[in-house]
Design a protein around this ligand. Structure first.
Ligand code: DAT
Ligand code: MG
Length: 139
């Protein structure tokens, strides 16, 4: 059964370009409620742990250095069918394949620097949310 929360990050590329406000607007206009929100930065060790599932992939080193190079916005979001609906809102991993109206179509520049993260399952949404936010930071 689908739960109603997902986890997102506005990645360093989008923060550097000043797109925090634009992306948060797209998220709230799509009907997501912000449960938790902060500007933070991943250490190299944080990024390695967060993306441990990709450790054997050729792009892992590049991904870890990109994700730790500057501030990110981390957020927990709430909506019916949150995980699936948020994946639709962000669009394909490769922005060249992202549909019109998606966050990655508007803000991502490449496969590696694709502006936003979205959890891929309810289980990962819970793990990723807890990685960034204590219970008292979840509203
Ligand atoms: P998503 O972020 O859409 O869930 P993913 O979980 O497959 O995609 O990969 C995590 C991130 O790793 C992705 O947002 C960007 C990067 N990445 C994935 N495949 C890549 C590739 N072939 N080359 C470079 N970066 C890649
Ligand atoms: Mg993923």
């Amino acid at each position: 059964m689908a739960t109603n929360r997902t986890f997102t990050m506005i990645k360093p590329d989008a923060v550097e370009k000043g797109h925090i406000g634009g992306i948060l607007s797209m998220i709230t206009e799509a009907g997501f409620r912000i449960v938790s929100l902060k500007l933070t930065q991943l250490t190299v060790a944080d990024a390695q742990e967060f993306y441990a599932v990709h450790a054997e992939r050729p792009f892992y080193g590049e991904l870890v250095s990109f994700m730790s190079r500057g501030p990110i916005v981390a957020a927990i979001l709430e909506k019916d069918n949150a995980v699936e609906d948020f994946r639709k809102l962000i669009g394909a991993t490769n922005p060249a394949n992202a549909e019109e109206g998606t966050i990655r179509k508007k803000y991502a520049t490449s496969m590696g620097e694709n502006a936003v993260h979205g959890s891929d399952s309810d289980e990962n949404a819970a793990i990723e949310g807890a990685f960034h936010f204590a219970g008292r930071e979840q509203f």
